[in-house]
Design a protein around this ligand. Structure first.
Ligand code: GTP
Length: 597
């Protein structure tokens, strides 16, 4: 295709501002998908994404658009994930396109993720077309939002397009603006092949599918290519474009976006951001490389029923085929037996993976306390990464500990500002900035990641009745007074409940945990002490009193079926319990005990 008739773009938006709905409308209006095949949120392929309404995997679609100037244009939309955990995936797909539609909900205005995403688009050198969505709603205030976009983001917004992705109003204007306002790609057809590996995923029929953007040269079916970072070579089996169904094509030239398969076994063999060139005629310079995505949150996943371990291993291996950002290794816990220590990009990522394991593979899981990666400076001078509090060496060997910090950007209505500042302060935050985006406060805090990983986002939503928006990025490591806190149930340490905490907050966290556990652990025939301790020192204690009567006692001599029913019920309840010494702890205790209310 002639370069002047290609437009490559992405859509950036805060979550729920209507990105997926707009993508659907663009696909529908251009007849890319037959009406009968149209289903809502076409690009959100996975069920779980559909249910939660979030986009996880970047994906792409090619649209043929006959424009008002009489020419037919090829529009390539690369869809990007909308959640903070996946900021890295957003940044890499941005490098593959020249422009962005900035979608802002005209009833809500600019939010934290609008800012984060649009700055990435600006960094990538994009031309940006602002689009005001949900104009069909009576609460829409397009004039005010235009001004807000200009004030807060600092881009021209007087010609922002007013649309309703729901009713279809204004969609033709968006298509025209893509053609007229976004730049055509550049590239040299006669130069050696240089293509960017944008994304890859595992397909059970085709194996690994690789999404690429051609910069220079031409790639054809049957070509032998080389990935410059891994130095691996492959012969292409198929070359196709996504419409969004895979449609075979003979070649892709400069500016074009498409996919290939080449008998690649696992997603891990492909590096996002790698440069693809021809084996015979190689390009002299690779594209600037991207940093690999690194997991920042770790937790242990253990089967409730030890017999499910092999099933869990299979399930994790299958999931990892399609998600190279998720890491795992086997772990043994004194309390929980065999399981896996897994690394995630963030909490949402953790939740998504855990949900898929439980639902798609039907395995009941115990999740241990999420932990960030600490840097241990040992007295020997060695520096070690700590992914698991259970691996914490003897304190006498440690000189000091550093923890990761983040820059959190929070936007919140004035009424809730006080609650948000208090929440951040309670989580050891240091206020970095407080400004106004139009009339709404924009708060920037420097926070320790370990105070955020567990329930910060939930708490933020609840103290602001859902009105706050949040975004964060890792900023670096800083030394602090951190200790390992253990929980002992009936005098036995439960390793899966141990966690790293700040020394000043240890008593408070310890107290909260033992109180919670007292409610979560059912009473037994004997009394059970529940303690929190640092080293050998107990810092909080509760005692669960003994159960007086046998549950079935009152049935003795009487109704046998009733007794059996009671025992069956107990047995069913036990399924989700784990035995620790003489004590049974229910599965949900592991997660609930960590919540701070
Ligand atoms: P993520 O994919 O989760 O990032 O969200 P999104 O930005 O793609 O939002 P989505 O398209 O899922 O839309 C969010 C909600 O807003 C859905 O319930 C849509 O039906 C609704 N919505 C989208 N566009 C419009 C619109 O123009 N008018 C109205 N009234 N509702 C809309």
């Amino acid at each position: 295709t002639d370069l002047s008739r290609i437009r490559n773009f992405s859509i950036v938006a805060h979550i729920d501002h209507g990105k997926s709905t707009l993508a659907d409308r663009l696909i529908q209006l251009t007849g890319t998908v037959a009406e009968r095949d149209m289903k809502a949120q076409l690009l959100d392929a996975m069920d779980i994404e559909r249910e939660r309404g979030i986009t996880i995997k970047a994906n792409s679609v090619r649209i043929d658009y006959p424009a008002q100037d009489g020419q037919t244009y090829v529009l390539n939309l690369i869809d990007t994930p909308g959640h903070v955990d996946f900021a890295y995936e957003v940044s890499r797909s941005m490098r593959a396109v020249e422009g962005s539609l900035l979608v802002v909900d005209a009833t809500q205005g600019v939010e934290a993720q609008t800012l984060a995403n649009v700055y990435q688009a600006i960094d990538a050198g994009h031309e940006i077309v602002p689009v005001l969505n949900k104009i069909d709603l009576p609460a829409a205030e397009p004039a005010r939002i235009r001004e807000q976009i200009e004030d807060v983001i600092g881009i021209e917004a007087h010609d922002a397009i007013e649309i309703s992705a729901k009713t279809g109003l204004g969609i033709p204007d968006v298509l025209e603006a893509i053609v007229q306002r976004l730049p055509a790609p550049k590239g040299d057809r006669d130069a050696p092949l240089k293509a960017m590996l944008v994304d890859s995923w595992y397909d059970s029929y085709l194996g690994v599918v690789v999404l690429i953007r051609v910069m220079d040269g031409v790639i054809r079916k049957g070509d032998t290519i080389r990935m410059m970072k891994t130095q691996a070579t492959y012969k292409l089996d198929t070359l196709a474009v996504l419409k969004p169904a895979m449609t075979q094509i003979d070649e892709l030239g400069p500016g074009e976006i498409g996919v290939f398969t080449a008998s690649i076994k696992q997603v891990r063999d492909t590096r996002v951001g790698d440069t693809i060139t021809h084996e015979k005629k190689q390009t002299a310079t690779a594209l600037p490389g991207f940093k690999p995505s690194v997991p920042v949150v770790f937790c242990g996943l253990f089967p409730v029923d030890a017999n499910d371990f092999e099933d869990l291993r299979d399930a994790i291996e299958k999931l990892a085929l399609n998600d190279a950002s998720f890491t795992y290794e086997m772990e043994t816990s004194a309390a929980l037996g065999f399981g896996f220590r897994c690394g995630f990009l963030g909490l949402l990522h953790l939740e998504v993976v855990r949900d898929r394991l439980e639902r798609e593979y039907d395995i009941d899981l115990i999740t241990t306390a999420p932990s960030v990666v600490y840097r241990l400076h040992l007295k020997s001078g060695e520096v070690k990464e700590l992914h698991n509090p259970a691996d914490m060496p003897d304190l006498t060997l440690v000189s000091h500990i550093e923890e990761p910090r983040i820059k959190a950007t929070i936007m919140v209505p004035d009424d809730y500002l006080g609650d948000v500042l208090k929440l951040c302060q309670d989580r050891r935050g240091i206020q970095a900035d407080l400004t106004y985006a139009g009339t709404r406060p924009l708060v920037v805090y420097d926070l320790p990641l370990n105070e955020v990983v567990f329930d910060f986002y939930d708490r933020l939503k609840s103290v602001t009745k859902g009105y706050a928006s949040f975004d964060y990025q890792l900023t670096g490591y800083r030394e602090d007074n951190l200790v390992k806190m253990q929980i002992l149930v009936n005098d036995e340490p439960v390793d899966a409940l141990s966690m790293m905490v700040h020394r000043d907050r240890a008593e408070m966290r310890g107290r909260a945990m033992v109180e919670k556990l007292k409610d979560l652990i059912p009473r037994h025939m004997f009394k059970i002490p529940i303690q929190a301790a640092i080293g050998g020192k107990v810092i909080a204690r509760e005692t669960l009193s003994a159960l007086r009567k046998d549950v079935t006692a009152k049935c003795y001599g009487g109704d046998a079926t009733r007794k059996r029913k009671l025992l069956d019920k107990q047995k069913a309840g036990k399924k989700k319990m784990r035995q620790f010494g003489k004590v049974e702890i229910p599965q949900e205790a592991f997660i609930s005990a960590l919540k701070m209310d």
